[in-house]
Structures are given as structure tokens and as C-alpha cells.
Design a protein around this ligand. Structure first.
Ligand code: SF4
Length: 327
């Protein structure tokens, strides 16, 4: 039987955090992720973009079951993993890995590179002794580092090299799916390009699927097959990358795209930057109806009446806006 091409499917995912409200008790609800649905095919990259605090990182971690979902479901390789226990999840953890945002803090400064990359092999009892050491050396080579670096410590490496070590650690257990949580945002521009290119090469070679989280639409657009745009814990647009760039339908996506610098001065002169007014509202006290209505230049009274649902306005192009296609 042919394998289903969908590797990950997320339906109506919700993640709320319940915060204590000081001395007199009571709980405040932080609505980090609200009713998010999407899928990722095998070997595909889905980019996830939005400003800091929009819920992208929480979504990535909830999908990996590092956070308990409040509601909704997560299917991995056809299996409903939403309510699996830690013990039941352990064998699946090998297949779903995470690359962290900041290579300066995500590697244990007291461990050698060999121990850092070899740790998942130890946890999952996949290799020991000489065999583990040889696998670590192969992984170093795979991510473009010298196998001689095996005895080094994180502080001896540049930011780009440290992120390569983080990638090698994620690859050690042969995953099918990796959540890349802003993997290049702490790096300088040339290291960013090199790490993105490495991730693309590894995807080609190993058939990996990525959820690539970024606040920068230009980087996400470069690596992603499709892009989801998040605002205040909700997906507001989801489309193939080219389609999203050519024909953004949500006012927020248009504002994000307008902020991308254009190298050609003539095109840049024609391009109109959309400056968003105000700040993103707090996920503790989001506006009624459309979460973007406090900053949207097209806002109407109806926008506060109900949360706009994602609708497919063009083939495989979904958007959540009451006026989509009319503005
Ligand atoms: Fe703007 Fe209204 Fe669309 Fe929200 S629903 S994005 S406020 S036009």
C-alpha cells in the first residue's frame, strides 16, 4: 500500500496557558495558539511567519508534544499522538526533532561536541562506545564540520558552526520531521545563508519535512514550499510561497511583505511600505472578532462581530478575513 504523503496533520489546535494572578488567586488565560489547522507533506517545508509573540514557537512545541495541547488533535504519520503518554511518545520522539533558535544558549557549555551530538543516540539506545563516536564523526561531516571537532566545546565555535552542531544533534536519531525554530535569526547574514543552504541540502538528501519558524518572510519564502502567516495565535493566511508573494490576500500579510527590502532601486521606489499602527494586542486580552482589527486599515464594524474562519479563496490558498477578495 502506498504511504500517505501527509506526514503531519494538525486540526483545531489550541494551546492556552493558565497563569496565577497574584496573592488573591484566580487565573489569567494566555491564549497562545487558537484553533490552528494545517498539514505538512513528507519532504516538504512549511514556513510559519509572524511577529514575536504571535504563538509560532508555542505552536511548534505543541506540535512536538513538548507542550500539552489544550484542545485539537495532532496526527503524525497517520497516528493520533495528541494524548499519548510520555512512554508511548518516546519511540516517536526520534522521528520528530527540534532545532533551537539560539545556538549560543541551546548547547550545554560543559559538554564536548561529541557528547552533545551523541546524547540523543544514548537516550534512545541507538549506539554506544566506538560506534557512537563514529556516528558522531559522520554527523559532523554531514553538517560541514570537521570530525576533528568532536572533542571541542561550544565556546570554541562561531554562531554558524554552533547551529551546525545543533543540526547534527537533531539528525543523530534519523528524524522524518524537524521543527526549525528561528534557526538563523541569531546569526549574521552570511552564516544565515549557509545554514539555510545546509538545511535545504539535508532535506534533499534525507527527505526531511520541516516546520520552519521565522519572523522574516524573506528567509521563510526562500526555503518554504508553503507559508502560513500567524497573528495573535491564529493562522490568518496559508498558501504556496510563490502564490503568497504574488497575491497576498490578508492585510497583515501585505504589511509583512511590504517591509521586505527590494534590491532593485526602481522597484523599491514603486513599492509602498505599509506601516501598521499600534501594537499587537496581548494574547491575554485579545480583541473580539478579528484579532487584527485594531491595526487593520480596512476594518469595518462587522470585523468585531466574529472571528473570521479560514476559507479557500483560490486553489490551496486559504485566508481568514471577512473582506478577503474584496479589499
Ligand atoms: Fe481587517 Fe476586517 Fe479582514 Fe480583520 S476581518 S483583517 S479587521 S478587514
Amino acid at each position: 500500500m502506498a504511504k500517505d504523503k501527509t506526514l503531519l496533520r494538525v486540526k483545531g489546535l489550541v494551546k492556552h496557558f493558565y497563569l496565577n494572578q497574584g496573592f488573591f488567586g484566580g487565573k489569567t488565560v494566555l491564549r497562545a495558539v487558537n484553533n490552528v489547522s494545517f498539514h505538512i507533506n513528507r519532504g516538504e517545508t512549511l514556513g510559519l511567519v509572524g511577529e514575536s509573540g504571535c504563538g509560532k514557537t508555542t505552536l511548534g512545541r505543541t506540535v512536538l508534544r513538548l507542550y500539552e495541547p489544550t484542545a485539537g488533535s495532532i496526527f503524525f504519520n497517520g497516528l493520533d499522538i495528541t494524548a499519548l503518554t510520555d512512554g508511548e511518545l518516546l519511540p516517536l520522539r526520534k522521528r520528530m526533532q527540534l532545532i533551537f533558535q539560539d545556538p549560543y544558549v541551546s548547547l550545554n557549555a560543559l559538554m564536548t561536541v561529541g557528547d552533545i551530538i551523541g546524547e540523543p543516540l544514548k537516550i534512545h539506545k541507538m549506539a554506544r562506545g566506538k560506534q557512537r563516536r563514529e556516528l558522531v564523526m559522520e554527523l559532523l561531516h554531514k553538517v560541514g564540520l570537521s570530525p576533528d571537532h568532536i572533542n571541542g566545546y561550544p565556546h570554541e565555535f562561531s554562531g554558524g558552526q554552533r547551529q551546525r552542531i545543533g543540526i547534527a544533534r537533531a539528525l543523530a536519531v534519523n528524524p522524518d520531521f524537524i521543527v526549525c525554530d528561528e534557526p538563523v535569526s541569531a546569526l549574521d547574514v552570511s552564516a544565515q545563508a549557509q545554514v539555510v543552504s545546509l538545511l535545504e541540502d539535508l532535506q534533499q538528501e534525507l527527505g526531511l519535512a520541516y516546520l520552519f519558524i521565522a519572523h522574516d518572510l524573506s528567509i521563510a519564502g526562500h526555503i518554504s514550499n508553503r507559508i502560513g502567516v500567524m497573528y495573535l495565535g491564529r493562522l490568518v493566511e496559508l498558501a504556496a510561497s510563490d502564490d503568497l508573494y504574488r497575491n497576498p490576500l490578508h492585510p497583515y500579510t501585505r504589511a509583512l511583505l511590504s517591509a521586505i527590502p527590494v534590491p532593485d532601486p526602481d522597484t523599491a521606489a514603486q513599492k509602498q511600505r505599509i506601516i501598521l499602527k499600534g501594537e499587537t494586542p496581548s494574547p491575554i486580552d485579545p480583541p473580539d472578532g478579528c484579532g487584527f482589527r485594531t491595526r487593520c486599515r480596512y476594518v469595518r464594524e462587522a470585523c468585531g462581530a466574529s472571528v473570521p474562519e479560514m476559507v479557500e479563496l483560490a486553489p490551496n490558498h486559504r485566508v481568514a478575513c471577512h473582506l478577503a477578495g474584496k479589499v
